[in-house]
Design a protein around this ligand. Structure first.
Ligand code: NDP
Length: 583
């Protein structure tokens, strides 16, 4: 059965270059959780979306024959040109990839951190040597300017590779635990961190290089193997990651890349990996969590956001305005941490909005290949339509578009004008749902409490920001905002700071990537407890007796206070209990 053909309502545009760029690669969706994942059979001859393969499929570090013999095509959203093709892996491909990863992992886990780090650093060198080529590839697959591909994807990842190659050993050093009064009884405890095994990574299209590569590096450094399923919209960036690691001599099987669509992702969640690191939408995240729960596979869900920015009256307005437009329009607004709602104090609103509009009108938008471009194309038609719907809904309810508010007229690709819009309120989709496009809605507030209430009036909680010249006040407000990360006088960028945790609260997901907390998601903590005086039986062992009962009651009162003095007062009774055993 060809599942794709059963969804005629979805514009597809896979197999042929799109007549209109508007129909570039619409998203394949797998059935709701619980339904069996359809296998795509090679007998589908009539499907206009499935192409026969011309060559054996290259998957990551090796060449294999695919069961499905189909491929996906990657297009440049700025021009509609085909960039290249990648295999559409089916369920068996995914299971085979997992088998290879499982076979390769134990030897890798047996290496020292230093040895693993050497591979990562070799890969890092290769990335640096191919910086321009990689920047252009990311730019062509996503529509973002090359400069942005380098600044927002490649630089942070180079930094992260350096950090985890050198720091993982320290971050995962065995930890001695203070066990209080049990220590007096000759015991000690330590937590050691062991690799999970095979980590499944499912990543989206908006940062096709940084999002998967960061997690690949951390997983590998922790001693795991990886099966990576990138978005169907950006398979070539992921295959490039595979190529880099192959050149860096990462042993075969440790990084398996299964390109494909939602069915491939669903197959990975069912395949039995030891963890799923999922980055994507709330809707798909819930399906992934359900599917993983059936196998008790732990998950980290990095989902969407509707991130608020609060500008207090004492903020530096020039700097806040610049931050707002970069935060809203970088990556054409397609960042999970984009500034999607801006709340400005009423006393400075006019001045702030004037600055924002002026700066926005000065932005240059064009094809990503031009060097001085600020805002590139959006990545796919579905996303452009969501932006259009949000603007139309807000406008019909009285919002005012101050600049932008439509597709870019003189460009034929998937371009949407950077848009500033005011007179918005929380009844509008634009203020409630993720827009994921170059739109900055601005609302005013009167008091700090109102600003916090508005910021927290959302199902999401990924990042947020507060702009003020009073750091203490900024910090106080930051602590009241419901979000995984709150920045004071900064926006968006902390995903790039490898040392800090990244993740959300509420519907923005759970678990963390990056930093020590992110690394801990990729290992199993094991508690090792040692009794250094094994010849002395524990007082709580059999046989129970009247004396034992008495002692237990005293233990309850004194031992559990945590006080060394109180516990030592029990010493005579404990000795009596030991002697009682001997009789
Ligand atoms: P999707 O949820 O559509 O897709 C994410 C990944 O899941 C893709 O690889 C997709 O494959 C795959 N997938 C689709 N269906 C299934 C399924 N049933 N089981 C397993 N995997 C599946 O998200 P987008 O790609 O549209 O990405 C945009 C979203 O990602 C936004 O909401 C954004 O906020 C969020 N995001 C969150 C980040 C964070 O750190 N919190 C960072 C970046 C983005 P395919 O594309 O081939 O269909």
């Amino acid at each position: 059965m060809c599942w794709r053909n059963e969804r005629p309502a979805l514009p597809h545009g896979r197999a042929t270059a799109p007549a209109a760029i508007g129909f570039r690669k619409a998203r394949g969706r797998v059935p709701a959780s619980g339904a069996p994942v359809p296998e795509i059979s090679s007998s589908c001859k009539s499907c206009q979306f499935c192409l026969p393969l011309r060559s054996p499929i290259k998957m990551s570090t090796q060449t294999i024959e695919s069961e499905t013999a189909r491929e996906i095509i990657s297009y440049d959203p700025a021009t509609g040109e085909e960039i290249g093709r990648a295999p559409l892996a089916g369920g068996r491909d995914v299971r085979d990839a997992l088998k290879r990863a499982r076979a390769a992992q134990p030897a890798w886990a047996g290496l020292s951190f230093r040895e693993r780090g050497q591979v990562i650093l070799r890969a890092r060198k290769i990335v640096l040597a191919q910086l321009e080529e990689i920047g252009r590839l990311i730019s062509r697959e996503t529509g973002k300017p090359v400069a942005e591909a380098i600044s927002m994807e490649i630089i942070p990842t180079l930094d992260l590779m350096h950090y985890f190659a050198h720091s993982t050993e320290r971050l995962l050093r065995p930890q001695k635990i203070d066990i209080g009064n049990y220590g007096l009884m000759g015991r000690s405890s330590q937590v050691i961190y062991k690799p999970l095994g095979v980590v499944g990574i499912i990543s989206p299209w908006n940062f096709p290089w940084a999002t998967p590569l960061d997690e690949v590096v951390m997983s590998l450094m922790a001693g795991n193997a990886v099966v990576l399923k990138p978005s169907e919209l950006t398979p070539l960036s992921a295959l490039k990651i595979g190529e880099i690691f192959k050149q860096a001599l990462l042993p075969t099987g440790l990084l398996e890349i299964v390109t494909g669509d939602g069915t491939t992702g669903a197959a990975l969640t069912e395949a039995g990996t030891d963890k799923i690191m999922f980055t994507g939408s709330v809707e798909t995240g819930k399906r992934v969590a359900e599917s993983a729960a059936r196998h008790l596979t732990p998950t980290v869900l990095e989902l969407g956001g509707k991130d608020p920015m609060i500008v207090l009256a004492d903020a530096n307005l020039q700097s806040a305005a610049r931050a707002a437009i970069w935060g809203a329009f970088c990556n054409a607004g397609q960042a999970c941490a984009s500034v999607e709602r801006c709340y400005v104090h009423e006393s400075i609103a006019t001045e702030f909005i004037d600055l924002v509009v002026k700066e926005t009108r000065a932005l240059k938008q064009d094809k990503a290949t031009e060097s001085n471009i600020d805002v590139g194309a959006m990545s796919n038609e579905k996303q452009v339509r969501i932006v259009e719907e949000h603007i139309a809904d807000a406008s019909s309810r009285g919002a005012r578009v101050l600049t932008g508010g439509r597709r870019t007229q003189n460009l034929s690709g998937l371009f949407y004008e950077p848009t500033v819009i005011t007179e918005v309120d929380h009844s509008m989709d634009l203020m409630r749902n993720e827009t994921f496009g170059p739109v900055l809605p601005i609302m005013t507030f009167k008091t700090d409490d109102e600003a916090i209430r508005l910021a927290n009036d959302s199902i999401y909680g990924l990042t947020a920001s507060v702009f003020t010249s009073n750091m203490r006040r900024g910090r106080r407000l930051a602590e009241q905002i419901e979000a995984g990360t709150v920045m004071v006088n900064e926006v968006v960028y902390t995903h790039a700071v490898a040392q800090t945790p990244w993740g959300g609260v509420k519907q923005s997901g759970y678990g963390r990537t990056h930093g020590r907390l992110g690394l801990l998601e990729l290992v199993t903590p094991q508690h090792i407890h040692v009794n250094r005086v094994p010849l002395v039986p524990d007082v709580w062992w059999f046989p129970y007796s009247t004396g034992a009962g008495l002692l237990f009651r005293r233990l309850a009162r004194r031992f559990t206070t945590g006080s060394f003095l109180q516990a030592s007062l029990l010493l005579p009774q404990m000795i009596r209990r030991l002697l009682e055993r001997r009789q």
